[in-house]
Ligand binder design. Sequence first.
Ligand code: K2U
Ligand code: ZN
Length: 164
Amino acid sequence: MLLPILCYPDKKLRTIAKPVEAVNDAIKTQVKSMFETMYDAPGIGLAATQVDFHQRVIVIDVSDEQDQPLCLINPEIIEKSGEIEWEEGCLSVPNYYESVKRANDIKVRALDQNGEEFEMEASEILAVCIQHEIDHLNGILFVDHISKLKQKRLKEKANKQARL
Ligand code: K2U
Ligand code: ZN
């Protein structure tokens, strides 16, 4: 089922998502809808916060064929190194792109959609996407990483959009 995506500056995007207690059928249904919503957008990542579901669930697929779905539940970055700068966008901040610096290599621990714990290493775009999505679960948007001046301009633009 397609889910509506919250748009900046919606305050709900600032909610801190709660850890998932049990990967039950409700969570599995939510994950399925998040994948559908992400592929439809289209996007290469989607955090539960963006669809107004405030639990720690992320779906990702950075493959070109869009056939490598990755679900991270209660994700934690346990190691990070290096630095990469990437021109980021966000489904919750349409038509705005800015360069953001993040760690290039990360190690992540999470539960998969069957509730099994796993660890994985990621780098480049996959690492960028995982960090971008975990930020969403902590109420952080990529625009929070840009300069104050650029944030001011973006807020004015968003408010003008809202008044239209
Ligand atoms: O809003 C989101 O969380 C989806 C983001 C995830 C993302 C942002 C920046 C860098 C990597 C991932 C994207 O807007 S999904 C749209 C997209 C599609 C292809 C390439 C980059 C971004
Ligand atoms: Zn985003």
